[in-house]
Design a protein around this ligand. Structure first.
Ligand code: NAD
Length: 353
């Protein structure tokens, strides 16, 4: 065995009710002028955080948006400067965390993150901004949250359909790393445990949304899956998802859910052992089919045509995805990508192409 593992500077508190520790933790970190970030959907939750922080909050920016449009970033930058914020406290899914990361990069603003979905952005050093229909992602450790507080109670308000898709998004973070070209053994352990926890808990959440054990297990799985992504690789799957998100503004978690079985089938021959281990962690005989069936059983979308992608968009998607080289176990060609996209558009079961 021969590997190099370098962890990111994670600082995590996990537990039911952990949100209540936020004010004390802020004081311990030495911050007293927090700008709270939320999406318009979760503005009320943002206001509750402002209340919880009391005199340690200077304001609420409630306009975080998916894929961090540069216009949103510029508004948030101006607000953070106007209010002389000394940190951000973001409450929400990957969109809000993403905004906190972009602020950290541009202003060196420490970021405290309260995740409410399973996107996992808080565990990675990847940050992105979308401009001129292109989502550009970069890695920088300065964007890794100063503190992440995982409180599974915050996921109780997730609408079931989004909980399913978001959980499959977490699954994708883990799978990308369990089956990567240069998979790291430490990341792989986290990835496989994340896959197991998610495959076990997501069906329970859909059938029994207030089951707290399942909420805890799913958030734990999402944390591990994203930790694997945080130090590991991305390949064809993430490239395709970012292409659809950046160019066609498709919803992130749902795009992952639909494309994941197809990406796994695409790489299965190149990474047979890893693909078998993924199936083993899920408790199924075939990883790609198991993922397709899991998404279907959770009521998550399984066809690109159902999330607003037009068939005539597929050619452009293949072109954009191939604009820069992709590090992927199985060689990537335009023809094969185009076939994969066609299958995913129709919602066909996954198959090697
Ligand atoms: P999101 O953050 O846009 O959330 C979708 C909607 O659900 C939003 O309106 C949000 O306010 C709402 N929501 C979230 N949690 C909720 C809850 N508990 N209760 C009620 N409503 C809730 O979507 P997402 O899938 O979490 O994140 C997607 C974004 O994150 C994308 O832009 C993606 O690129 C990015 N992302 C980045 C990384 C990374 O490592 N940089 C990793 C994963 C995702």
């Amino acid at each position: 065995m021969d590997f190099h593992y370098k962890a990111l500077p994670w600082n995590i508190i996990f537990g039911v009710g952990a949100l209540n520790r936020l004010p004390d933790e802020l004081v311990k970190l030495g911050y007293s002028r927090a700008l709270v970030l939320a999406t318009p959907n979760q503005k009320e939750t943002g206001q509750e955080i402002v209340k919880l922080l009391d005199d340690k909050a200077v304001g609420l920016f409630g306009r975080a948006m998916m894929h961090v449009p540069v216009e949103t970033l510029n508004l948030a930058l101006a607000e953070a400067k106007r209010l002389d914020a000394d940190c951000s406290v973001s409450i929400g899914g990957g969109s809000t965390t993403g905004l906190s990361k972009a602020l950290a990069f541009h202003l060196d603003l420490p970021n405290i993150v309260l995740p409410t979905s399973y996107a996992g952005s808080e565990m990675t050093n990847v940050w992105a901004v979308t401009q001129n229909n292109r989502k550009v992602t970069r890695r920088d450790n300065v964007v890794v949250p100063t503190l992440t507080i995982y409180d599974p109670e915050l996921t109780l308000t997730l609408p079931p359909a989004f909980a399913a898709a978001s959980g499959m998004n977490a699954m994708a973070q883990a799978i990308a790393n369990a089956a990567a070209e240069d998979a790291n053994p430490v990341s792989s352990v986290m990835a496989l445990e994340g896959i197991r926890a998610l495959a076990h808990s997501l069906p329970v959440i859909i059938s029994d949304p207030v089951n707290m054990d399942a909420r805890v297990e799913a958030m734990y799985g999402a944390c591990l899956a994203a930790a694997a992504l945080g130090t590991g690789a991305t390949g064809l799957h993430h490239r395709l998802c970012h292409t659809f998100g950046g160019t066609f503004n498709t919803p992130h978690a749902e795009t992952h859910t639909i494309l994941l079985p197809h990406s796994v089938a695409y790489n299965a021959d190149a990474r047979p052992e890893a693909t078998r281990r993924i199936a083993g962690a899920m408790g199924v005989s075939d990883a790609a089919t198991g993922l397709f069936d899991l998404a279907g059983s959770l009521g998550a979308p399984t066809a690109l045509k159902d999330i607003g992608v037009k068939q005539e968009d597929l050619d452009e998607a293949a072109t954009v995805a191939l604009e820069t080289p992709i590090n992927n176990p199985e060689p990537v060609t335009r023809e094969r990508i185009r076939t994969l996209l066609d299958n995913a558009w129709h919602g066909h079961p996954p198959r090697p192409v």
